[in-house]
Design a protein around this ligand. Sequence first.
Ligand code: CMX
Length: 137
Amino acid sequence: MLKKINHLGVAVKSLDETIPFYRDALGMTLQGTEEVADQKVRVAFLSVGESKIELLEPTSPESPVAKFIEKNGPGIHHVAYEVADIEAAIAALVASGARMIDEKPRKGAHGAQIAFVHPKSSNGVLTEICQCSECGH
Ligand code: CMX
């Protein structure tokens, strides 16, 4: 079902203050920034080899990322796995008893289709699946 880890999501207070560490100190390639209005975040993707980090800055106090930072401070927020067929992956997760936050895919960054599994049913790790055949990341 899974193809690979697509990215790790990292909650940050400010993209502008965080990007220099990843781009300049670690030498990762900044692929770009984008607002995902549906998720109330502004995101930056940085890559090294095949691997990517998604920095997530909340754009509203109602953002799930704002709530996460308020409770935990900045840090690792989710793990995103790439799948070829997100509808089939959601069906398989539901069939195996996983509690989905999204039972239907919604639109994420770069036009990807995304869905989250609730961290309470994945041992405390917010888990994203994404189908991004046309999103270029
Ligand atoms: N990782 C692990 N646990 C998390 C978590 C995270 N990222 N976010 C919340 N939790 C935990 C909380 O700590 C809480 O645990 P306790 O009950 O032990 O205190 C539990 O989940 C439920 O938290 P809650 O306060 O009831 O619910 P929230 O309002 O904080 O919502 C969640 C939590 C996961 C349902 C919500 O954040 C959500 O829907 N997330 C999916 C969407 C999202 O994160 N979008 C941003 C990224 C978008 C992108 O990548 O493009």
